[in-house]
Design a binder for this molecule. Structure first.
Ligand code: HEC
Ligand code: HEC
Length: 143
């Protein structure tokens, strides 16, 4: 009996304090699209998945001082605490991962500590997929 009483008291305490009340009679939300009541007719298939050059193939550079293009996917996480690119390209891991170590210009000491300017790799290096259409027409020539 005592157990039941304690249990009931506990239940009352929990439900009483939870602050949740059942809301009744909620008005329906009418969200009107800015485009009005228009059926979407202009649809197209999704873009093709990017096909990157196979691992181990560096892409030829077009001009000196060009940040080399990334021959693989580029959505590795780069945050203040962790730079996933460096898990393959840092000086101590590159050899084992068969990747080119970050350039000498990117580091501040002989241990290969990347400097602040070069920390956010994808600011300069972009991935190159083989099957993508150019988004912007480009007349660049290195000749
Ligand atoms: C799983 C390992 C791995 C990770 C993670 C990785 N890479 Fe690579 N990366 C490679 C390998 C292997 C190659 C091909 C060998 C080479 O050319 O360095 C390569 C090639 C490159 C190249 C071409 C180098 C050249 O000389 O042409 C660039 C630039 C590059 N990666 C940048 C990045 C960036 C930026 C990131 C993060 C967004 C990144 N990589 C993450 C393994 C990796
Ligand atoms: C401010 C622009 C910039 C940023 C940021 C940057 N790079 Fe570079 N990177 C370059 C340029 C320019 C070159 C080519 C000239 C040179 O070697 O310094 C290069 C060269 C490289 C190379 C080729 C080195 C070689 O010996 O051929 C690799 C690999 C590379 N970067 C990886 C990275 C990684 C990984 C990061 C992020 C940790 C990064 N870069 C950040 C501009 C940048």
């Amino acid at each position: 009996m005592r157990k039941i009483l304690t249990l009931t008291a506990l239940l009352v305490a929990i439900t009483g304090c939870s602050g949740q009340q059942t809301v009744t009679n909620v008005a329906p939300v009418n969200i009107q699209s800015l485009a009005g009541n228009m059926a979407i007719t202009d649809i197209r298939p999704a873009d093709a998945m990017a096909i990157y050059p196979s691992r181990g193939t560096a892409i030829e550079r077009s001009f000196s001082e060009q940040p080399p293009l990334i021959p693989h996917k580029d959505d590795y996480k780069i945050t203040l605490d962790k730079n996933s690119c460096l898990s393959c390209h840092s000086w101590d891991k590159a050899k084992r991962m068969k990747a080119t170590p970050v350039a000498k210009s990117h580091v501040i000491d002989d241990k290969g500590t990347v400097n602040g300017h070069n920390y956010f790799c994808t600011q300069c290096h972009v991935a190159q997929a083989e099957n993508k259409q150019p988004l912007v027409e480009n007349q660049f020539s290195d000749k």
